[in-house]
Design a protein around this ligand. Structure first.
Ligand code: DGL
Length: 256
C-alpha cells in the first residue's frame, strides 16, 4: 500500500499523476484539511504534523510514503527518515532536481510557498550538482487561496501571477519549477507570463515517474482511501474537480 500525504487537498494532484502511471497501485491518501495551510508555518510545526500523519499511514499499512506536499518535502524529509529508517519515502523535490540535472538546465526559477522558498531545498542540491546554474526563486503565497476558491482561470489571478513573476521574464529563464501541490492547476497562466517560452517542471509528474520506477511490488487491487482531518462541502467540490468519480472519503482527526 502506498501512502501519500499533504497539508490538504492539493496533494491530490500528485495522487492523480501516480494513479495515471500505476493505476493498480492501491493508495491511501491523507490530507490535513483541519490544519492547512502549512506554507506559512514553522519547521517545528510542519515536522510535528507530518510525523503524526506518517504514524497514521503506517498504522494503516503503508509500506512506502509519498510526501506530496512541497513544504513538507522541503522541511521534513530527513526528519521523517531518521524516525522511520526502514520506510521508503519519496519527496517531490528530489525528482525535480534530478530532471534539471539530466537536462543540464542553466537558468531556473523555483516558485512555492514561503516556507519552501525560505528553506532553499531546491537550491542546495542543485548547486552541488550544477555549480554554475543560475537560480531564481519566488514565494507566491496568494496562489493557493485563489486555486482553493476555484479561481484558477480568474483575471485577478493572472494579474497576481504577473506581479510575482514578470520581473523574471527578462532573465532568460529556461524552466519554472512548480514547487507547490496547487500550481499544476494554473500552469497555463504561469506559462503565459513567459510568453510560452519556458519549460514547466511539474513536481507531481516527476515524483509519479519515480514512484512508477520503484513499483516492483505485485500491484494490489482494492479501494483507494482518501482520509482528511476535516471535511466540508467546499473540499468536496475541489476533490471532485481533481479526482473526478466518487472517491472513498473518510474523516480522521489527528492531535491538535
Ligand atoms: N501543499 C502545500 C505545498 O505544496 C501548499 C498548501 C499549504 O500551504 O499547505 O507546499
Amino acid at each position: 500500500m502506498l501512502g501519500i500525504f499533504d497539508s490538504g487537498v492539493g496533494g491530490l494532484t500528485v495522487a492523480k499523476e501516480i494513479k495515471k502511471l500505476v493505476p493498480r497501485q492501491r493508495i491511501i491518501y491523507f490530507g490535513d484539511t483541519a490544519r492547512v495551510p502549512w506554507g506559512n508555518k514553522s519547521q517545528e510545526t510542519i515536522q510535528k504534523y507530518s510525523e503524526e500523519i506518517v504514524r497514521f499511514l503506517v498504522s494503516k499499512g503503508a509500506k512506502k510514503i509519498v510526501i506530496a506536499c512541497n513544504t513538507a518535502s522541503a522541511l521534513t524529509r530527513e526528519y521523517l527518515q531518521e524516525r522511520y529508517p526502514s520506510m521508503i519515502f519519496y519527496d517531490v523535490i528530489d525528482p525535480c532536481v534530478k530532471k534539471i540535472h539530466i537536462e543540464k538546465i542553466s537558468r531556473a526559477l523555483i516558485i512555492g510557498t514561503r516556507a519552501t522558498i525560505k528553506s532553499k531545498a531546491y537550491e542546495y542540491p542543485l548547486l552541488e550538482l550544477l555549480p554554475r546554474i543560475k537560480m531564481y526563486s519566488q514565494a507566491c503565497p496568494l496562489f493557493v487561496p485563489f486555486i482553493e476558491e476555484g479561481l484558477q482561470e480568474d483575471r485577478l489571478l493572472r494579474e497576481i501571477t504577473k506581479k510575482y513573476l514578470s520581473r523574471f521574464v527578462k532573465k532568460d529563464i529556461e524552466c519554472v519549477i512548480l514547487g507547490c501541490t496547487h500550481y499544476p492547476l494554473m500552469k497555463n497562466i504561469i506559462k503565459t507570463v513567459f510568453n510560452g517560452k519556458v519549460k514547466i517542471i511539474n513536481a507531481a509528474q516527476e515524483v509519479a515517474l519515480q514512484v512508477k520506477d520503484g513499483c516492483h511490488d505485485k500491484h494490489l487491487d482494492g479501494d483507494d482511501i482518501f482520509y482528511f482531518s476535516d471535511w466540508s462541502e467546499h473540499n468536496e467540490s475541489f476533490v471532485k474537480n481533481i479526482i473526478g468519480n466518487k472517491p472513498n472519503i473518510k474523516i480522521h482527526r489527528l492531535g491538535s
